[in-house]
Design a protein around this ligand. Structure first.
Ligand code: 1CP
Length: 338
């Protein structure tokens, strides 16, 4: 049997869209919090295959989702490049910021540091049934660079933008390092059983137009080409969040098989080749809130995408205070709408 997610990523429209949710594993699930309580170091948690397999499978089992997404984090790549990474309790990620060419020149990708992720990938793949596909992922270079240069999330990315404008060759060097490391990391995930890949460009919204090609289109296209050279049939989803005006060019320039659509974008108006699958774009607030407003919007989305290759998802990740029951209600609404 062909898994529905993979069928859609080959460009086929199906009568009932496959569904998975960004950040479907995590703190909103009590069974996640129970495991995390005994694993205070988040990086070590991600690099513990036994725990990571279990946490990856939790939402798939609970909600019968059509895909599992490998439990890891986009910041494991800077970790493997030798940058110091830690998670401050209740504050999110912290890295020793890199601000100049010498910091970039010192980066070396050590694939062995991420070997546990490949064990997780194998373990999850072996445990999944015939319906659910395993999605591997990485952060796209610009998004990962924002954390590497700023040292944390939640900023306007002032330092990375300054660097990119002031020292284009240094910035290009950083993009090269990230393209190379990310390509190796994703190829290893595919070798270990990932059946599709997603590139999270969560901060496409802060890229100035004059840098979009150098920061997003070209690095993404190079990663897609590198992965496809080794795994020609492996589908890749790109998620350039907040880049609504660029979606047509993003699809053309990068060669992705699917595009994640944030909740700000009118998904019915997205203009990409018919073979490119669309994924998204329910407002995560609707899932947090639940009820009739959520179900109505979910049905509207399914109806609007009928006849197109479409994967049901949110416009961004599940919010931490979301009641798990709302996910069950959402999945039921999608499956009865179609
Ligand atoms: O305290 C905890 O338990 C850690 C919370 C947490 C979790 C559950 C973090 C810290 N990362 C993750 C897992 C994670 N991260 C997954 C797992 C798979 C799944 O989706 O179920 C994925 C895909 C990510 C990807 C990720 N990490 C992104 C891209 C997606 C997005 O949300 O835009 C980003 C930007 C990160 C960085 C990150 N890691 C963690 C936090 C709190 C953040 C965001 C910090 C910020 O706001 O800038």
């Amino acid at each position: 049997m062909v898994k529905k997610l993979l069928q859609v990523l080959r460009g086929e429209a199906v009568s009932q869209p496959p569904v998975w949710l960004m950040r479907q594993a995590g703190r909103y699930l009590p069974e996640y919090r129970a495991l995390r309580a005994n694993a205070p170091d988040f990086v070590q948690f991600c690099l513990n295959p036994e725990l990571a397999v279990e946490v990856t499978l939790q939402p798939v089992r609970r909600f019968q989702l059509d895909a599992a997404i490998l439990f890891a984090d986009i910041l494991l790549v800077p970790h493997a490049l030798g940058q110091k990474l830690w998670f401050a309790e209740g504050e999110g990620p912290r890295l020793d910021p890199i601000r100049d060419a010498s910091g970039i020149a010192a980066l070396r990708y050590d694939a062995a540091k991420l070997a546990p992720v490949m064990q997780t990938s194998k373990g999850v793949r072996a445990a999944l049934d015939d319906n659910a596909a395993l999605i591997g992922f990485a952060g796209a270079p610009w998004t990962v660079a924002t954390y590497m240069i700023e040292g944390q999330g939640g900023t306007d990315h002032e330092n990375v933008r300054k660097l990119a404008w002031r020292e284009p060759a240094t910035f290009a060097r950083l993009m090269d390092v990230l393209v190379d490391a990310t390509s190796q990391y994703l190829i290893a995930q595919a070798d270990a059983g990932a059946e599709a890949l997603q590139l999270f460009e969560s901060w496409a919204s802060t890229v100035p137009a004059g840098l979009f090609d150098a920061a997003v289109l070209s690095p993404t296209a190079r990663i897609v080409a590198n992965v496809k050279a080794k795994h020609p049939k492996l589908p890749i989803i790109g998620f350039p969040r907040g880049a609504g005006g660029w979606l047509t060019r993003y699809a053309q320039a990068t060669g992705v098989d699917g595009i994640g659509i944030d909740q700000m974008t009118d998904i019915a108006a997205v203009n990409v080749p018919a073979r490119v699958a669309l994924q998204g774009n329910l407002d995560p607030i609707l899932l947090l809130q639940g009820g009739e407003a959520m179900r109505t919007e979910a049905r509207r989305l399914v109806a609007a995408m009928r006849g197109r290759p479409f994967i049901f998802n949110l416009g961004h990740g599940v919010m931490q205070p979301t009641p798990p029951d709302h996910v069950a209600e959402l999945v039921a609404a999608i499956r009865s709408a179609s």
